[in-house]
Design a protein around this ligand. Structure first.
Ligand code: GDP
Ligand code: IMO
Ligand code: MG
Length: 424
């Protein structure tokens, strides 16, 4: 038995948290492999709702080991808040493990993200400091968890804080940070977090060697990938399946399957082109019916029809072996539902997702229409329970991507999941 990657196939918020939680019941170890507290993964078990930002969506099962991998950038204070919130909700977090190589997202990263959003950048980020934290990692001026535990940390940290203050003060007119105060904040957090810190790559690889079931949970989605997404309107990490290997410290030969999570329509938060966006009452209806408001920032999500050009792109980039179609119930009331199968650009049909944002911005969707099922799906337990027209919609997604659908979600609750093919 090897590892299974759960990856977002669109612009994030596809329901990765719900799908990971559902699959985690049969897994032994769940790893978050990239991103940071920009992610907001929702898990609903019965009438209890949990919002996860940094901790893997397997944490509700007390017997599963949950790993924050080296690819994640960690806001220590938010992580501690998340641990405390979960404990208050009755969740045991003692099986959490944090990679010693995960980079720390410092308060100045958040401040820089906010200031850059006010200035010339304006990407519509979550202002959680993600871009500046990954930039420092690549610039080699970041601090990993293991570095913050090193006796030499205060010296190196002081030099970096001095430089950050110079940038904050001279470029942005910001007061900057008091080094001693910042050091105390970081060390105070590390005192509580050090017990979780290990070399998680050893843990994950040993688990795979022992035949255990490992789930690698992505954050964000394929179109937010720094290399493959709608650059510059992307996040600063690799949500795609390749990022799972780097961010968890496993080789590609350990990945058995890659499950793409696909929302039955499309949403996007923040700026950037979105060919099937509905800026009309249909889009407003989907937003209200699907409760499409950001888990992390509360921002309204932009909504539109399903886009198969994007799904084929996600299939290729991630090597998808399975799909999980979520939020099918949100489309219950439509007479007819549209699916974009290609784009039209200056009279020409385009079937591959364009690399130029200028081209993408001017693409018009080419739609096929399917009949809606006009009945409530939220009580469906098996595939046969779904009305035939809903089955047709699911099969159409499979046909357009060439990937089998293994799961269908018909409501936010863990129990509202239909299994077509077991992943484990
Ligand atoms: P993630 O970031 O990919 O984990 O997704 P989010 O949690 O940010 O957003 C998905 C939202 O849809 C959450 O509020 C989920 O509780 C909810 N959700 C997930 N699956 C379904 C579904 O099948 N039906 C409905 N109605 N809601 C769902
Ligand atoms: P989950 O894991 C949806 C978007 C932001 C912005 C862009 C860059 O819940 O699916 P960043 O703060 O990462 O620098 O912002 O990426 N974004 C997300 N959109 N779901 C997410 O995570 C996202 N994380 C970041 O809105 O457009
Ligand atoms: Mg989310």
């Amino acid at each position: 038995m090897s590892a299974v990657v759960v990856v977002g196939s669109q612009w994030g918020d596809e329901g990765k948290g719900k799908v990971t939680d559902f699959l985690a019941r049969k897994a032994d170890l769940i790893v978050r492999y990239q991103g940071g507290s920009n992610a907001g993964h929702t898990v609903v078990d019965g009438d209890k709702k949990f919002m996860l930002h940094l901790i893997p969506s397997g944490i509700l099962y007390p017997d599963k080991v949950c790993v924050i991998g080296n690819g994640v950038v960690l806001d220590l204070e938010l992580l501690l808040e998340e641990i405390d919130r979960l404990e208050k909700q009755g969740v045991d977090t003692s099986n959490l493990r944090i990679s010693s190589r995960a980079h720390i997202l410092m308060p100045y990263h958040k401040r820089l993200d906010e200031l850059q959003e006010l200035g010339c950048r304006q990407l519509g980020t979550t202002k959680r400091g993600i871009g500046p934290a990954y930039a420092d990692k690549i610039e080699r001026v970041g601090f990993r968890m293991i570095d913050a535990l090193d006796p030499d940390f205060p010296n190196r940290f002081q030099a970096v804080v001095r430089e950050k203050n110079r940038v904050l003060q001279t470029v942005y007119g910001d007061p900057g940070y008091d080094y001693e105060e910042l050091l105390n904040r970081v060390q105070g957090c590390m005192d509580r977090l050090r017990k979780y810190v290990v070399d998680t790559s050893i843990l994950v690889n040993n688990a795979i060697n022992e035949g255990k079931r490992v789930l690698l949970e992505g954050a964000q989605g394929t179109l937010l990938d720094i290399d493959h997404g709608t650059y510059p309107y992307v996040t600063s990490s690799h949500p795609t399946a390749g990022g799972a290997c780097v961010g968890a410290g496993v080789g590609p030969t350990r990945i058995a399957r890659v499950l793409g999570v696909v929302k039955a329509y499309t949403t996007r938060v923040g700026e950037g082109p979105f060919p099937t966006e509905l800026t009309n009452e249909v889009g407003d209806y989907i937003r209200a019916r699907g409760a499409e408001f950001g888990t992390t920032t509360g921002r309204p999500r932009r909504c539109g029809w399903l886009d198969a050009v994007i799904l084929r792109y996600a299939t290729r980039l991630n090597g998808l072996t399975d799909l999980a179609v979520t939020k099918l119930d949100v489309l219950d009331d439509f007479d007819r539902i549209k699916i974009c199968v290609a784009y039209k650009h200056k009279g020409k049909i385009i079937e591959e997702f364009p690399e130029s944002l200028r081209v993408l911005k001017d693409c018009e969707p080419v739609y096929v229409e399917v009949e809606g099922w006009k009945s409530g799906l939220d009580g469906c337990k098996t595939y046969e329970d779904l009305p035939l027209k809903a089955q047709r919609y699911v099969e159409k997604i499979s046909e357009l991507t060439g990937v089998p659908v293994s799961l269908v979600a018909v409501g936010p609750k863990r129990q509202q999941t239909v299994v077509l093919k077991e992943i484990f």
